[in-house]
Design a protein around this ligand. Structure first.
Ligand code: BTN
Length: 288
């Protein structure tokens, strides 16, 4: 079936009392800035990233929705965005928690010309453009924890979840999910206390989610086009890596690896120098 702009939902949010209640109970009293498709597109100087928008007040997971849109012929750059996720996914089967209306919760659908091994380039790119957008809107310094954590002063302010569709050895699509804690205090949630932070917590004032999102989408389009032409983001990614030169333990799917962080290679593997002087590239797992 041919894809039509009208075949996907674009609910407009006006005022959602449930959302306001949810935010108040978490200590958020600020203005509710709407992230409706119309407002997102207004002044969005991109050619394709974020030009098709699928918007939900509440949905399970924007990544799941984006994957489901592939068979409907959704175009490259389709943005799936929600004010709230009831089943938000993090890496390694974890949950992504964020109260309605307080953060950025979105997924981008891409059809990149990359091999399966090169897909982590996109995850690095997503972290980089998120960092650049945060820095340009707030002035806060952003660092990374391999492979996908976006840190501010050591606290996790966001993360990237990249999922892909594959036929045999061929990459069919990539869904890049980004979650950013913008205007709420994650330490009110026991499982996030001491680990997570947000832009408003670090800045002492609220931040425009709309401005942040639009910058991120613009940077993403530029970075994605460069990536398709062969740009490798790993050196810039490494320059923001929090643990370079430090000894870390990486928890692997099976076992552990210890070593001093040297950086990240072109396809996103974490390079560790072991005690015996050898270097190993770790492709899966996370820094403990
Ligand atoms: C992580 O740090 O583990 C990755 C978190 C990614 C969360 C985002 S929120 C939007 C998108 N939809 C999801 O279900 N997850 C990602």
């Amino acid at each position: 079936m041919a894809y039509s702009n009208r075949s996907l939902p674009e609910e407009e949010l006006s005022v959602n009392p449930a959302m306001l209640t949810g935010c108040r109970s978490l200590g958020y009293y600020g203005f509710m800035e709407e992230l409706t498709p119309g407002r997102i597109r207004e002044g969005l100087a991109t050619k394709f990233v974020g030009q098709k928008i699928v918007y939900y007040e509440s949905i399970g997971s924007t990544n799941e929705v984006a994957k489901g849109l592939v068979d409907k012929g959704a175009p490259e750059g389709t943005l799936v965005i929600a004010e709230e996720q009831t089943a938000g996914k993090g890496r390694l089967g974890r949950r992504w928690i964020a109260p309605a209306g307080t953060g950025l919760l979105f997924s981008l659908l891409l059809y990149p010309n990359l091999t399966l091994e090169q897909v982590p380039r996109l995850t690095m790119l997503a972290s980089l453009v998120a960092a650049e957008a945060i820095e340009s809107v707030t002035g806060l310094a952003v660092r990374f924890k391999w492979p996908n954590d976006i840190l501010i002063r050591g606290g996790k302010a966001g993360g990237v979840l990249t999922e892909m569709g594959v036929t045999g050895e061929r990459l069919d699509y990539v869904v890049m999910g980004i979650g950013l804690n913008v205007n709420w205090n994650p330490s009110q949630v026991p499982e996030l206390a001491g680990k997570a932070t947000s832009l408003s917590e670090e800045l002492g004032r609220e931040v425009s989610r709309l401005e942040l999102l639009q910058r991120l989408l613009i940077y993403m389009e530029g970075g994605y086009l460069r990536l398709q032409e062969g740009y490798l983001p790993h050196k810039v990614f490494t320059s923001r890596l929090a643990d370079v030169g430090e000894k870390v333990e990486v928890v692997l799917p099976r076992g552990k690896e210890e070593g001093f962080v040297e950086g990240v290679d072109a396809d996103g593997a974490l390079l560790l120098r072991r005690e015996d002087g050898s270097t190993v590239g770790v492709t899966m797992g996370e820094v403990a």
